[in-house]
Write a protein that binds this ligand. Structure first.
Ligand code: GUN
Ligand code: ZN
Length: 467
């Protein structure tokens, strides 16, 4: 049965580069989103223009509400479900050792991991995160719980167990042998990749190869993962890891990675060039289905290589503030042509909500030094949290906006559920110029939206059940 949803529609239509998002911003105040019986977008336009063939549809009138594409979180940690706001760690490497590895080790208990999977899906639905690249637990039973609960709740996911073959003492429970690292990853791919439909082009469940970061693995692991990835790339398997996050001189992640591997650049370790002097030691893990989190401190060569290979960055400003990781240079990264998406990095970040990431992106980039500083356009913000994420997941043809034929992933925002948002939308000054007024409204919406504002969440036209 077809459905019609009435509300103020905002989306970035077509397939623009992020720099062209302002021109692709579509705002339909008296909007109608029509879904066909298969949960695909059949019409997106004014309610007065609905094609007559949909006259008998079930009508959902979200009066005074807004319809936005579902949010896409391209970097979030399942085994950190209970580790947001971890205190006492400091910056990245110490925080991992003192707070995160012990937290993640608790997922060794299957009951604990199962409870966490329910909580994780609850938080995702509450935040309107319809699709996510999820950094997984080291424990296969925890990943089984995550995929099973995600399927039960009807969410989209790409995830893989976090691979660690070396680390400090506190990481002990998370480590495996070199052989088990490969075996467990292969088993996860065979068990869960497209397990829901049997077809990667229609699946909601997907698997990624997830080395935690270069310092959690060895040249042997990277060589073996390159071989594994060569053998599964054409099945649409993903790669996910961290890159260039903490640049504290001498003892931070980047310097320690470069001195451990004796490579010219951090990216080389993921690009098959992980031997001393950046000599080739195996196959590259880069490509259109690879998402690297952070990319705060990349060289021009690293950015160019990511753009060339279609590798995306998950931009995580909330986490970068929390862990003192610095600010990704917006203009330089965009100019390099790398696809950008948004990640909460929960629990490195302390927010589950992608619009909170977009809000902090606005704040940190307007604060960049001198001519690097930039005021993000609200359409760029919306792109980052929706279409850019779908592109990073290489599923832009399926979701990310309301173009005809796409699978209908969307959130219904009801400002009345959040008085401060309702007040800002009602009483905020709006320009006489209709384009600027539209941008002002979208900006107020993205900045003021909270979990409480999200009334309903749909994936493939199916309404998801909150907790
Ligand atoms: N680098 C390696 N592991 C992690 C992690 O769990 N969070 C973040 N933010 N960076 C990492
Ligand atoms: Zn992370």
């Amino acid at each position: 049965m077809s459905q019609i949803h009435f509300g103020h529609i905002f989306h970035v239509s077509g397939s623009p580069a992020i720099t062209d998002a302002p021109g692709a911003l579509t705002s339909i105040p008296d909007g109608a989103l029509v879904l066909d019986g298969r949960g695909r977008i059949a019409f997106c336009g004014s309610r007065t223009d609905i094609p007559s063939e949909y006259a008998a549809s079930v009508v959902h009138d979200h009066r005074h509400g807004y319809l936005l594409p579902g949010f896409v979180d391209t970097h979030i940690h399942f085994p950190q479900t209970y580790a947001g706001d971890s205190y006492g760690g400091g910056q990245l490497l110490e925080w991992l050792t003192q707070c995160i590895f012990p937290s993640e080790s608790r997922f060794a208990d299957p009951d604990f991991a199962t409870r966490a999977a329910v909580e994780f899906c609850d938080r995702r639905i509450a935040a309107g995160t319809t699709a996510a690249m999820v950094f997984g637990s080291a424990f296969p039973h925890a990943q089984d719980a995550l995929f099973a609960e995600t399927r039960r709740r009807g969410l989209r996911i790409v995830s893989g167990r976090g691979i660690q073959t070396v680390g400090p003492e506190s990481a002990g429970p998370l480590l495996t042998s070199e052989a088990d690292a490969i075996r467990l990853t292969r088993e996860e791919i065979d068990k869960w990749h497209a397990a829901d439909t049997g077809d990667v082009d229609t699946a909601l469940l997907h698997v990624a190869v997830v080395p935690r970061f270069s310092l959690s693995v060895t040249t042997e692991t990277l060589k073996n993962l390159g071989e594994l990835y060569d053998s599964v790339r054409d099945r649409g398997v993903y790669v996910h890891t961290h890159l260039n996050e903490n640049n504290r001189p001498g003892t931070g992640e980047i310097d320690v990675t470069k001195s451990t591997y004796q490579v010219k650049s951090y990216l080389d370790t993921y690009d098959g060039k992980f031997l001393p002097g950046s000599a080739v030691g195996g196959s590259s893990l880069l490509g259109r289905r690879t998402i690297l989190a952070h990319g705060v401190h990349c060289t021009d060569e690293e950015l160019a290589r990511m753009a060339e290979t279609g590798t995306s960055i998950s931009h995580c400003p909330v986490s970068q503030l929390f862990l003192g990781s610095g600010t990704m240079p917006w203009r330089r990264t965009v100019a390099a042509g790398v696809n950008l998406s948004a990640g909460t990095d929960f629990g490195g970040g302390d927010e589950w909500l992608i619009p909170r990431v977009l809000g902090d992106a606005f704040k940190v980039h307007i604060s960049e030094e001198g001519s690097a500083g930039t005021s993000l356009h609200p359409a760029e913000m919306l792109f980052l949290g929706t279409l850019g994420g779908a592109r990073a997941l290489d599923m832009e043809s399926r979701f990310g906006n309301f173009d005809i034929g796409k699978e209908a992933d969307f959130v219904v925002v009801d400002p009345a559920r959040t008085p401060a948002l309702a007040a800002a939308l009602t009483h905020g000054v709006r320009s006489a110029d209709p384009d600027l007024a539209c941008e002002q409204t979208l900006f107020a919406l993205l900045m003021g939206l909270r979990e409480s504002s999200i009334a309903q969440v749909y994936v493939q036209g199916r309404k998801l059940n909150p907790a």
